[in-house]
Design a binder for this molecule. Sequence first.
Ligand code: ADP
Ligand code: MG
Length: 328
Amino acid sequence: MLDTNHLLEVKNLKTYFPVRSGIFLTAQAQCKAVDDISFSLQAGETLGLVGESGCGKSTLGKTIARLIKPNNGSIHFQNTDITTLGRKKLKPLRKDIQMIFQDPADSLNSRHSISNILEEPFIIHGIGNAKHRKKRVCELMKKVGLQANAIDRFPFEFSGGQRQRIGIARAIALNPKLIICDEPVSALDVSVQSQVLNLLMDLQKEMQLSYLFIAHDLAVVKHISDRIAIMYLGKIVEMGEADDIYQRPRHPYTRALISAIPTPDPRKKSKRQILVGDVPSPINPPSGCPFHTRCPHVQDICRTKLPLLRNTAETDQKKHTVACHFDL
Ligand code: ADP
Ligand code: MG
């Protein structure tokens, strides 16, 4: 049964990439980038998605935006099954689900003026005439804190933070419901990061947006997220309300990520848990618990049995789920 309050409902989602090798480039193995992920998102909510590089965050984001087709599982958006929609049926959906990427320099066409870049979504969806579009472009510039008279300039004439504002303007142009923010501030200086995060939060209030906000460290998502999901090797290993994740992290991986956040007060310095080794390959993931090869609490059962997400919160309404065999 689907909960009708959910804007987005993802169930048992799997996205595998074939790994080709040999002279005939036949698919020999699979890279399990997204491996059995389920969660839901309410209208107006922000879910932070955090994990080390290579754990499948971008693949999950792109699969939900249906830029990639999943192998298994389902994606419901506004109670419509969008898992296998073809190109034509996806077009109206493209208005409602948008993406913002890490490097706006890559996602903005450098040969086009800002005016052309921001006008494009309206042209693709056949909205308004030239005059109307120009007006909307100027409104968008103002909305993201840029001077409307800069519309004839090119992306390279802007700073990184300003370019990301242009990326945001393009994403909100058609009044989307959900924006998948794939590390939108990771390439920016810390001071600029908070300005862009504030802009995203202001726009969320104004336009009732929902965000899936992807980051590789927990510090960035702290203020913007209502709930946080921690991802490791294609799976969610812990999920709960943002405060609970920071104050009562249950999974040893989450604890290691939290201890890696720098604290400004040296007296409060927590004991830093260094994660040893790299993330194992999703082509040949460890048996049992995927984290067992790096876990300081590893026991025999962890090497053979996959722990499923279970609720550890006192009440059923306030969920805090963790995939670990132990109550640490
Ligand atoms: P993250 O965003 O967390 O850094 P990605 O989703 O980019 O992780 O990648 C997850 C895994 O999937 C990685 O092992 C990556 O090499 C692999 N992968 C990502 N995209 C592709 C692709 N188009 N083809 C094959 N493998 C891919
Ligand atoms: Mg990524």
